[in-house]
Ligand binder design. Structure first.
Ligand SMILES: O=P(O)(O)OC[C@H]1O[C@H](OP(=O)(O)OP(=O)(O)O)[C@H](O)[C@@H]1O
Ligand SMILES: [Mg+2]
Length: 179
């Protein structure tokens, strides 16, 4: 698994430090509001687990599974809800937790769905942002790292369902997905 990585971009320690900072900023901004924090599965599962431990105010958690990449390194352009939320967002302050923003299609679709369901506010925290690949105009409210245009894996992020369990984030060797 480690042999398939061309370059480590962010170590476990660097990610831990950033997640701590994001948790502190969210705790400050949402003081007194009891937000519904939504994890976008599968990619955000590790980020959600670590981030939630660094949020010091009361929150509620829910999970949504959304997929558009399948076994490719490019978005299919079709965002599918594989698992929906268990609770209503009507009148709630919602914080979407995403691992990465690439084309922006997943988040623009999700934000639209949650706004149409009458969420009071919809904000986004994304650990990684790849602005060079955007096809829709979209920015996170909280961003961890801005990264170059390369396909990255680890810390929840996959290629064809593999590498999610790498503890760091790295660039996958192109021969892995072009072979
Ligand atoms: O900005 P975008 O181009 O839409 O890309 C970002 C989305 O793509 C990935 O999900 P994927 O569809 O691979 O599902 P997964 O989380 O189960 O891996 C990633 O986890 C984000 O949710
Ligand atoms: Mg994926």
């Amino acid at each position: 698994m480690h042999n398939d990585i061309q370059e480590v971009l962010y170590s476990q320690e660097a990610i831990h430090q950033k997640v701590t900072e994001l948790g502190a900023a969210i705790s400050r901004d949402y003081e007194g509001r009891n937000p519904l924090v939504i994890c976008v599965l599968k990619g955000a599962f590790i980020f959600m687990a670590d981030l939630s431990k660094n949020i010091s105010i009361p929150i509620e958690l829910d999970f949504m599974a959304v997929s558009s990449y399948g076994n490719s390194t490019r978005s299919s352009g079709e965002v599918k809800i594989v698992k929906d939320l268990d609770v209503s967002v009507d009148g709630r302050d919602v914080l979407i937790v995403e691992d990465i923003i690439d084309s922006g299609l997943t988040l623009s679709y999700l934000i639209d769905v949650l706004e149409r369901r009458n969420a009071l506010s919809v904000n986004v925290v994304a650990l990684f942002d790849k602005p060079g690949r955007r096809t829709v105009d979209l920015n996170a409210d909280y961003t961890g790292f801005t990264i170059p245009d390369a396909f990255v894996v680890g810390y929840g992020l996959d290629y064809a369902e593999k590498y999610r369990n790498l503890p760091y984030v790295g660039v996958l060797k192109p021969e892995i997905y072009s072979s």
